[in-house]
Ligand binder design. Structure first.
Ligand code: ZN
Length: 414
C-alpha cells in the first residue's frame, strides 16, 4: 500500500462541506464507541449493524457515503482492538487500573490506551465509492449527499500510472494550511530491489540521531529547538488574544491560532522529510535493518530528556523504516532494547557504564569501540537471532495494510 497526497483546491463552501463531512464521520465513530462502552463485548458486526441504524435515524449520517460511514466504524473498531491488544500484552509502562467511565480525569482513561472520544477529527475516509476521478485524473468529484463536489488536485504525483481498481481508499485531511486528499494505492508486488547482502543494526541516540553498526552516525537535526523562538513568539501572540470566558473567540484569535499551528506544521514536515530520507537510504542499502523496540512514550516522561527525544522523532523514523521495508520487501526487526549499550558486542560480557561514558572499553577482551557503535552491533546481533520469530518481526505483510496508511496520516493525527 502506498500513499499519494495532493493538496485540494475548491470554493470556500466546498471546504465547509468537507468540514461537515468530517464532523459526520466523527459523530459515527464516537457513537459507535459510546455503544461499545455501554454494551461491553459487542462485536464488530454489531457495530456495523448499529451504524445502519444510525443512518436511518439521522439524515446527516444518511447523506454521507455508506462506505465512508463503514470506514468510521472500522476506525472506531481499530481503537477498541488496540486497547484489547494492549491489555493482553500488558504493555509495559501502561499498567494501571481498569478505566472508569468517560467523566474520570483524562489521564486515567488513557491507561492501556483506552479508546477515547474524538473531539477534533481532521480526516475522513472514503473507500471505493462516493468519489470519481476526472478523465485526466487531475480533479476529483465527491458524489455523495454531502455535496462536496469537484476539487482540483494539486501535486506532482501522477495518478495515471495506476489502475482505478488499485485505489482502495481516498482520504480528505484538514491541516492548518488547507485541505489535502490522500489516495491509498494497493501495490501487490513489492518493488524488486537487488539483494545487497548487507545487514545493519541501528542505535537511536541523543548525541546522534542514529548510529549504525558500521560506525556511521547521523547528527541530530533538532528542528524544534531551532524553531523554538519563533514558536513561543507565535504562541504568546495567540495567548494574548485569548479572551477568557468569551465564546466564540475573536477572529484575530483564530488568525493567531492558525499562524501558530502553521509553524508547528512546518517543523513536523521538516522532521517527516528528514526521517523519510534516512529510512529510505537505510532500507535501500541493506537486506535487514534491526533497531530498538523503544517505548518512546515511556521515555518522554523523563522531563529533562523529553524535548530532545520528541524532537528526535524516533517514532517517525521507525514508521518510515517499516513502511519502506514493506514496500521494498526488506526485513525490519525491532529488538528488545535492554542492555544493548552495556554488553560487549565482541565477547558478550556486561561492561557497566553511565550515560556520560562515550567509549566502550571491554575489560574482558580488550575490545574498544564508540558507545553507540557497540550498541548498534548488539542490536544487529539480536536482530539476526530473532529473524523468523514472528513475535518481534515486523517484516513483510505482518501488519494490516490499512494500519500503514493510517500511520502515514501524520502531522499529529493520532
Ligand atoms: Zn568484550
Amino acid at each position: 500500500m502506498i500513499v499519494y497526497e495532493f493538496k485540494v483546491k475548491g470554493a470556500q463552501i466546498q471546504y465547509r462541506r468537507i468540514d461537515e463531512a468530517i464532523r459526520t464521520a466523527q459523530f459515527v465513530r464516537n457513537k459507535c464507541l459510546r455503544y461499545w462502552m455501554d454494551n461491553r463485548g459487542v462485536s464488530r458486526a454489531i457495530l456495523y449493524r448499529y451504524n445502519t441504524q444510525l443512518r436511518t435515524e439521522f439524515p446527516f449520517v444518511e447523506s454521507l457515503n455508506s462506505h465512508a460511514c463503514q470506514a468510521s466504524v472500522e476506525r472506531c473498531w481499530s481503537a477498541i482492538a488496540r486497547f484489547y491488544d494492549n491489555c493482553k500484552k500488558q504493555v509495559p509502562g501502561q499498567k494501571g487500573v481498569e478505566p472508569r467511565d468517560d467523566d474520570s480525569p483524562k489521564g486515567r482513561r488513557t491507561k492501556r490506551g483506552y479508546p477515547r472520544f474524538k473531539k477534533h477529527s481532521r480526516s475522513l475516509e472514503y473507500k471505493t465509492s462516493g468519489w470519481k476521478l476526472s478523465e485526466d485524473r487531475k480533479r476529483i468529484t465527491f458524489t455523495d449527499g454531502k455535496e462536496i463536489g469537484k476539487l482540483k488536485l494539486i501535486g506532482s504525483r501522477d495518478l495515471n500510472f495506476y489502475q482505478l481498481s488499485q485505489i482502495k481508499r481516498v482520504r480528505l485531511v484538514k491541516r492548518a494550511d488547507g485541505y489535502y486528499c490522500q489516495f491509498c494505492i494497493q501495490v501487490d508486488v513489492t518493488i524488486e530491489s537487488t539483494p545487497t547482502q548487507k545487514v545493519v543494526g541501528i542505535d537511536l541516540g541523543l548525541n546522534y540521531f542514529i548510529a549504525d553498526s558500521q560506525g556511521n552516525s547521523e547528527p541530530a537535526p533538532q528542528f524544534y529547538r531551532k524553531a523554538e523562538k519563533q514558536l513561543s513568539r507565535a504562541n504568546r501572540k495567540k495567548s494574548k488574544k485569548y479572551r477568557k470566558g468569551a465564546l466564540p473567540q475573536s477572529r484575530n484569535y483564530h488568525k493567531a491560532r492558525n499562524r501558530y499551528a502553521r509553524k508547528h506544521l512546518r517543523v513536523s514536515r521538516q522532521r517527516e522529510e528528514y526521517c523519510k530520507r534516512l529510512a529510505y537510504s537505510a532500507i535501500q542499502s541493506h537486506d535487514l535493518v534491526a533497531y530498538e523496540d523503544l517505548n518512546v512514550k515511556g521515555l518522554v516522561r523523563n522531563r529533562h530528556l523529553a524535548k530532545s527525544i520528541s524532537d528526535a522523532g524516533w517514532s517517525t523514523f521507525r514508521k518510515w523504516l517499516e513502511y519502506f521495508g514493506r514496500k521494498y520487501g526488506k526485513a525490519t526487526v525491532a529488538v528488545p532494547p535492554h542492555y544493548t549499550s552495556q554488553n560487549c558486542s565482541n565477547c558478550g560480557q556486561v561492561v557497566k557504564k553511565s550515560l556520560s561514558v562515550r567509549t566502550h572499553i571491554c575489560s574482558h577482551c580488550g575490545y574498544v569501540a564508540d558507545r553507540d557503535v557497540n550498541a548498534a552491533l548488539n542490536i544487529l546481533q539480536r536482530g539476526l537471532t530473532t529473524v523468523g520469530h514472528t513475535g518481534s518481526l515486523y517484516a513483510w505483510g505482518d501488519l494490516p495494510s490499512s494500519s500503514v496508511g493510517e500511520s502515514l496520516l501524520g502531522y499529529g493525527e493520532s
